[in-house]
Design a protein around this ligand. Structure first.
Ligand code: KIV
Length: 273
């Protein structure tokens, strides 16, 4: 029996993920942005799908996640939700849709929930985002936090290097993580921080901690789908395990098709009406 078939078919909720942490079962999460790939990811038995604002990079080709709009995130979110039967679907709140103004954050989150049908939203930041998080959660919308390397703050960081390697930043991250749990976040993503720090955070919190470049002693892992499938090129951080080399396979297939069309080999008599 395949792994997918062995996985229970009942819909994954935020409570499921919390139960998985309590039972010591690791959570597998991947990004997806469109109907076709989300459908395959869901059928393979993934626990959670993140409609990440990394769509700005892998779908739209922007160098940062900042340009993607709320309307564009809603378009991707709704496409994914239409495909998914089992996994929990979390949609990223894009840059500018929640920072600074809790009411604006609530309006943005409500639009995401109403117009996509997603199960939850994710937003970046600790203490700075606390009022927005409180407001969104007060409306009954599940929120996932995101600490460590928070790409929407790239212009402040100036680099995509590992975060919280110094004591002061590590202490702030720990206290931000505790705050996010107190505020009611159902889970937290930790991006690109030392594995020992991530393990401390996971040990101190009762909500699941999902890592990306945060080592193995957390409650689950998330990767960008296009990175782990080898569709993105020229991006090889240490934390990334590539399960396929689709860029090679796709360019090879397209090149063979092009040759077949040019040579008249395609279509053959069996491929015509
Ligand atoms: O946008 C995204 O894909 C993310 C993951 C890297 C966690 O936030």
């Amino acid at each position: 029996m395949s792994t997918a078939a062995q996985t229970s078919q009942s819909k994954v909720t935020t409570c499921t993920l919390q139960k998985m942490k309590r039972e010591g079962r690791k959570i597998a999460m991947l990004t997806a942005y469109d109907y076709s790939l989300a459908s395959l990811v869901d059928q393979a038995g993934i626990d959670a799908i993140l409609v990440g604002d990394s769509a700005a990079n892998v779908m739209a080709g922007y160098p940062t996640t900042l340009p993607i709009s709320l309307d564009q995130m809603i378009y991707h979110g709704a496409s994914v939700v239409r495909a998914v039967k089992r996994a929990l679907v979390v949609v990223d709140m894009p840059f500018g849709s929640y920072q600074g103004d809790p009411l604006e954050a609530l309006r943005s989150a409500v639009r995401i929930m109403k117009e996509t049908g997603a199960d939850a939203v994710k937003l970046e930041g600790g203490e700075e985002a606390a009022e927005s998080i409180r407001k969104v959660i007060s409306a009954g919308i599940p929120v996932m936090g995101h600490l460590g390397l928070t790409p929407q703050s790239i212009n402040q960081f100036g680099t995509y290097a590992v975060r919280a390697t110094e004591e002061k930043e590590a202490e702030k991250l720990l206290s931000d993580a505790r705050l996010l749990e107190e505020l009611g976040c159902f889970g937290i993503v930790l991006e690109k921080i030392p594995a020992r720090l991530a393990a401390r955070v996971s040990g101190q919190l009762s909500v699941p901690v999902i890592g990306i470049g945060a080592g193995g002693q957390v409650d689950g892992q998330v990767l960008v789908l296009h990175d782990m499938l080898g569709i993105t090129q020229g991006f090889s951080p240490r934390f990334l395990r590539r399960y396929l080399d689709l860029s090679g396979e796709i360019t090879d297939a397209v090149s063979r098709y092009t040759q077949d069309v040019r040579s008249g080999d395609f279509p053959s008599s069996k491929e015509e009406y």
